[in-house]
Design a protein around this ligand. Structure first.
Ligand code: PLP
Length: 479
């Protein structure tokens, strides 16, 4: 494929782009429980306008673009005070939770390289519910991820198990506020105390909750401390492009003080060219997300966010109470925030998801791992408020329909024939053969995903990763 020989007309370009979106989920309707955090039209417009204004400014050099230095400092200060940090707390703006987490792990690694040069392969202790971004950071940065099971009832990090996982090579403990999957806040104070006793770095992953939880506390909810008021918490990641409803590409990584943050910064002057000194993983970076974040935070305002939080809380209560009443569904736990996880002991949850998709809903599949069963996840956000009753009615109907659906071929094959086979040695060609059996060929996806999810669910995690890699490697090819 080649780009247009003569430049296309503006109108034709936008027609094509609109066409490309035809099969995307219709998140604007408010029936998508994940991926898009939609604050409504007015706020969205403010964010987009600010984004456009600063799209071309380059955060690579704040001495040239002082506006971006100012925006980044103010954003970090807003969130530092939101998380009850003192005047020593510093932070940087990043493209998202993953980048914030990679930077925190890099800072911890480099801090302990100085402090504990005897450690060659540093270890980071992760509850099984810690976000995949920590595993990605570990993989990129040469840190070993040590995973610890969470409590099987509450799904919160298990402090005793975490303690037992500490070795002479440990550098870091992680807790979530809240965890993505089950939406519960880990015992951050206990984990941080453990970190302090053992002279370890403690990171609170508040990507989901850092912005919202303080509002829930103000509304009278019980919210365990997870922020800078907890002694021992070294760094906190907070996404703005989730429950602060700013356009995507907006997160912050905060540190208790500059001495800790120093390890995050990367400078390079051993080449011929401009001086590099980066706060973030990105080097050239658009001012758009930063300006948009600043604009949206100030447009909605503190009272606006409190109001949104109140509505979400009421919606979550309706949904969780409703799920409790639906025959065949079971909440995994009562969430501390707006992330709901539920499963079924009687029907295949992946069928429920497909049936819901057919009816215009997006609800998220989550594969089984460690002591958590395969389940359905909902991230409830502002635009979902008001859909509760219809959601529950449709869920009840889909559970009923799912009861009568037989197991898919691929899932049957994996569960039956391949049981006991050493799948670690399976070749990419064989993997592609299996995927073809599920209807995934030549870059096309089937409309129903239940069989694929069921098959993945039946595989061990390492094999799942190989299948997914082969699949994506195949999918992103020339059209
Ligand atoms: C979303 C999320 C992340 C990763 O953030 P991205 O912005 O998707 O990179 C990390 N941790 C938690 C708890 C999250 O919910």
């Amino acid at each position: 494929m080649q780009i247009a020989k003569k430049g296309m007309a503006k109108k034709a370009i936008f027609e094509r782009l609109t066409e490309f979106r035809e099969n995307d989920i219709k998140w604007q309707e408010g029936r998508t429980y994940g991926y898009v955090f939609d604050p409504g039209k007015a706020t969205m417009e403010v964010g987009k306008a600010a984004y456009n204004e600063f799209l071309s400014e380059n955060g690579l050099d704040f001495t040239v673009f002082r506006s971006l230095l100012r925006l980044e400092r103010e954003l970090a200060a807003f969130v530092a005070s939101h998380l009850r940090g003192d005047s020593q707390v510093v932070g940087n703006f990043t493209s998202g939770g993953t980048e914030s987490i990679i930077l925190a792990v890099k800072a911890a690694r480099d801090c302990y390289r100085e402090k504990r040069p005897d450690i060659t392969v540093p270890e980071m202790i992760l509850p099984a519910t810690a976000h995949a971004a920590f595993h990605k950071a570990a993989h990129y940065l040469g840190v070993k991820a040590v995973t610890v099971s969470v409590d099987p009832q509450s799904f919160r990090a298990d402090v005793q198990k975490t303690k037992s996982a500490i070795t002479g090579r440990s550098i870091m403990i992680v807790g979530s506020a809240p965890s993505y999957a089950h939406g519960v806040v880990d015992p951050i104070a206990d984990l941080a105390a453990l970190a302090q006793e053992n002279d370890l770095w403690m990171h609170t992953d508040a990507c989901m909750g850092g912005f919202l939880l303080p509002y829930l506390r103000r509304l009278g909810q019980q919210v365990p401390d997870f922020d800078f008021t907890v002694p021992g918490v070294t760094s906190i990641s907070v996404d703005l492009h989730k429950y602060a409803y700013t356009p995507k590409g907006a997160s912050l990584i905060l540190y208790r003080n500059k001495a800790l943050r120093r390890h995050q910064i990367y400078a390079c002057s051993r080449w011929i060219g401009y001086t590099i000194v980066n706060n973030a993983v990105q080097s050239s970076r658009s001012g758009g997300p930063m300006a948009a974040a600043w604009a949206v935070l100030n447009y909605v305002g503190d009272e606006g966010y409190l109001e949104i939080a109140r509505k979400k809380l009421a919606a979550v209560k309706k949904i969780t109470d409703g799920i409790d009443r639906i025959d065949g569904l079971r909440l995994l736990t009562r969430p501390d925030m707006c992330l709901i996880s539920f499963t079924s002991d009687e029907v295949n949850v992946f069928y429920i998801i497909d049936e819901m998709n057919q009816r215009g809903w997006y609800i998220q599949p989550s594969l089984s791992f460690d002591n958590s069963p395969a389940h359905i996840h909902l991230s409830v956000s502002a635009s979902n408020v008001g859909w509760e009753e219809e959601l529950l009615e449709n869920l009840a109907e889909c559970v009923h329909i799912a009861r009568s659906l037989p197991d898919g071929e691929l899932t049957g094959l994996i569960k039956g024939n391949l049981k006991g086979v050493d799948l670690s040695a399976i070749s990419d060609t064989e993997i592609m053969g299996l995927l073809a059996a599920a209807g995934v060929t030549d870059g096309a996806l089937p409309s129903r995903m239940a069989d694929i999810n069921g098959a993945l669910d039946a595989l061990p995690a390492q094999v799942r990763e190989r299948v997914l890699t082969a699949f994506v490697n195949d999918m992103f090819s020339q059209p």
